[in-house]
Design a protein around this ligand. Structure first.
Ligand code: BG6
Length: 485
């Protein structure tokens, strides 16, 4: 990396995301020699007051490291600055001089790089960005700002946020992060479709695909995150961004090349073709307490949640894409917390040819193709084939690749956050979300979200499969989430 010094400043350093995701990612990047050890610092900033020792204890608790020496070396590079308030100019001046001191001690050559990673609620975002621009932007160096979700709350607020960013920074300096774009399982859809797999690419359309499902289930609830979650709900939390990004890559046309510009253009074209989701095509739910496990409390019993909360913790929605490839093919997206299992996968369900000679035992002859992120990273094709034995009994059997097999992986497999933070340091925007894309994604979901907020969510028990009423919608559409395995 051609920098004299690299400063990665984590705003919201005392928060959950920083502990669970950001610092472990920074640690691993350093331990794996992805960042220049002698010229990089990770500066934490937040309002809480910490003794350095306590701050280090806090961030180490999220880091899995068997080597204490490597960990202590990392912590030496992690100063912490407590800001009096997010709109307090002098706090930013202190931050600036702290970074400038580290930069002046560096012996590297090239420009100084400052990457500001903002993991803070939208309410303080404006103050932070203004003050950063005013007091902590390096005049001769390179400055970047990584913006975490939530990127606004709807189309209007996303636009306001974009305008704010545009008034302070160039688009080159802004990196809107969606960690799903750092996942191999999500990006692998590109080589599967546009690599050399004619059996997939030639069938990847309405001619052969009956419907597409995205099945995102978590076996844990929103425990302890009520403050954030209650205001946003699950559609904004994962559907409108993470799962939408997965669908965009799975559904978009072939980009002209793998350049940033061409990939972003193809993605935006796909979103423009998405029909706004109809409120009647959305089912929402909220979990109640488990009848079996007293520890699995109802969403509303979480002390960080309002007692009369109508926030949805489960949603199933149907998306249609008005273009030649996908017209009338339902994309059925389910996401839910506190369900019976943890799973994240995208599946193409193929049509059953009307002239199939071999009805299967299960009644299913259509095959499926799944790209899975959880519970393991894999690609699974279920194919109809002959059941061994007499006669012609047919089954849908999986042909699978399990990417946890070391045969398929490098010894160092970075997490999604590592991939993206490293990309931001290198200045590569490919897997970040450009302004227009971030706004357009809201256009698709705005009506559905607003309408869902005026409804009472259906109830489902913690640990169950979700609200029973979902089955009616799926039946109406002829959709099953199961893949025939
Ligand atoms: C986060 C959401 O952005 O993504 C969480 O806020 C969710 O609610 C998480 O659990 C899912 O990410 P992953 O990588 O575990 O699928």
């Amino acid at each position: 990396l051609p920098f004299r010094h690299v400063a990665i400043v984590v705003f919201g350093a005392s928060g959950d995301l920083a502990k669970k995701m950001t610092y472990p990612a920074l640690f691993s990047l350093m331990a794996n020699n992805m960042l220049p050890k002698d010229r990089t610092h990770f500066i934490g900033a937040a309002r809480s007051k910490y003794k350095m020792e306590d701050f280090h204890k806090k961030i180490s608790s999220g880091i899995k490291s068997s080597d204490q020496q490597v960990l202590s070396k990392f912590l030496e590079k992690c100063p912490y600055i407590s800001l009096s308030a997010y709109d307090d100019g002098p706090s930013y001046q202190r931050l600036d001089s702290e970074i400038a001191k580290l930069e002046s001690q560096s012996t590297g050559s090239g420009k100084n790089l400052r990457v500001y990673y903002i993991a803070l609620p939208p309410s303080v975002f404006g103050d932070v960005s203004e003050n950063l621009r005013k007091y902590a932007w390096h005049k001769e160096g390179i400055n970047r700002i990584i913006v975490e979700k939530p990127y606004g709350k709807d189309y209007q607020s996303a636009k306001v946020l974009s305008n704010k960013l545009a008034s302070l920074f160039t688009e080159e300096e802004v990196f809107r992060i969606d960690h799903y774009l750092g996942k191999d399982s999500v990006k692998s859809v590109l080589p599967l479709r546009f690599g050399a797999n004619p059996f997939l690419s030639s069938t990847w359309s309405r001619e052969h695909v009956q419907y597409v499902t995205v099945n995102f289930k978590e076996a844990f609830g929103a425990e302890g995150r009520g403050g954030y979650f209650d205001e946003f709900g699950i559609i904004r939390d994962v559907m409108q961004n993470h799962l939408m990004q997965w669908i965009i890559l799975a559904g978009m046309e072939r980009p002209n090349s793998l350049s940033v510009k061409d990939i972003h253009q193809a993605k935006l074209k796909f979103i423009n073709d998405c029909r706004p989701v109809r409120p009647s095509d959305v089912i929402i739910g909220q979990y109640t307490a488990s009848s079996k496990d007293p520890n699995k409390k109802a969403y509303k019993d979480d002390e960080t949640v309002k007692k009369d909360s109508k926030a949805s913790t489960f949603a199933t929605a149907v998306l249609y894409i008005d273009n030649d490839r996908w017209r009338d093919v339902p994309f059925v997206i389910r996401c839910g917390k506190a369900l019976d299992e943890t799973r994240a996968e995208l599946t193409l369900h193929y049509k059953t040819p009307p002239d199939s000679l071999f009805p299967s035992e299960s009644g299913r002859t259509g095959t499926t193709f799944t790209i899975r992120d959880h519970p393991e990273k894999s690609h699974v094709l279920t194919a109809t084939t002959k059941k061994p034995g007499r006669g012609f009994t047919v089954l849908n059997a999986p042909l699978s690749i399990d990417f946890s097999n070391p045969k398929y992986t490098d010894s160092y497999v970075p997490t999604a956050y590592e991939v993206l933070i490293y990309d931001a340091v290198r200045g590569d925007h490919t897997w970040f979300v450009p302004r227009e894309e971030a706004e357009e994604a809201w256009r698709v979901w705005d009506d559905a979200i607003k309408n869902s907020e005026s409804r009472n969510p259906l109830k489902y028990e913690y640990g169950s499969e979700g609200p029973k009423e979902e089955k009616d919608l799926l039946k109406q559409l002829g959709v099953e989430f199961e893949t025939g395995e």
